[in-house]
Design a protein around this ligand. Structure first.
Ligand code: ATP
Ligand code: MG
Length: 173
């Protein structure tokens, strides 16, 4: 089953983690592979050690693409995205995980780091390896929306950022 969390409102990555937490309660295991995200750590990277090996998070990105001082060639970002998929392929091969989260993969597609056809082929591969795949990120490709069994769009109604409030530790990262 494919679940896609998309839209410009806050809550996509945290909803995926919430689902992982729920799944662990059923005695199952979850892996989150994160695309694009750089070397910086969010709260979940620190707290996940308490839940390993049932929940594991692997960061594969090189940080922001084309914005906020990014001076890496796009090829480096593409290579990192491909590495992300190759890690995911290996990790789920043995049937160890029930849920695979491809965090920010919609953005990786949108930014041209990986073709949507590649992601669809990966989803074919993952079909009999995991029970659920969750994809997250703004602006999911229509091919992903068509393939998904469940799609939720987080819509930005209001965010403190718009009043100039900076990202808060424990809430935003
Ligand atoms: P979260 O990780 O909090 O669930 P998300 O995965 O939906 O958020 P992303 O697009 O991945 O959102 O962006 C991650 C960061 O950007 C988070 O710190 C989040 O709080 C912030 N963010 C998300 N949506 C908005 C928004 N509409 N305006 C400003 N900041 C946002
Ligand atoms: Mg996110």
């Amino acid at each position: 089953m494919l679940l896609a969390f998309t839209g410009n409102g806050k809550g996509k990555t945290t909803a995926a983690l919430g689902n992982a937490l729920r799944l662990l309660g059923a005695g199952k295991r979850a892996l989150m592979v994160q695309f694009i995200k750089g070397p910086w750590e969010s709260g979940e990277h620190k707290s996940v050690s308490r839940l390993e090996p049932d929940l594991k998070i692997i960061k594969t990105g090189k940080g922001f693409v084309g914005i906020l001082g990014d001076d890496l060639p796009i090829e480096e970002h593409k290579k990192a995205a491909e590495e992300g998929f190759s890690i995911a392929r290996k990790e789920i091969a043995g049937g160890k995980y029930h849920l695979l989260i491809l965090d920010e993969v919609h953005n990786a597609i949108r930014l041209g780091l990986v073709p949507v056809s590649y992601v669809l082929a990966f989803l074919d591969y993952a079909k009999d390896k995991v029970e659920y795949v969750i994809t997250t990120g703004r602006d999911a490709a229509k091919e992903i929306i068509e393939r998904a069994d469940l799609v939720t769009e987080m819509r930005d109604v209001k965010h403190p950022y718009q009043k100039g409030v900076k990202a808060k530790v424990g809430l935003d990262f």
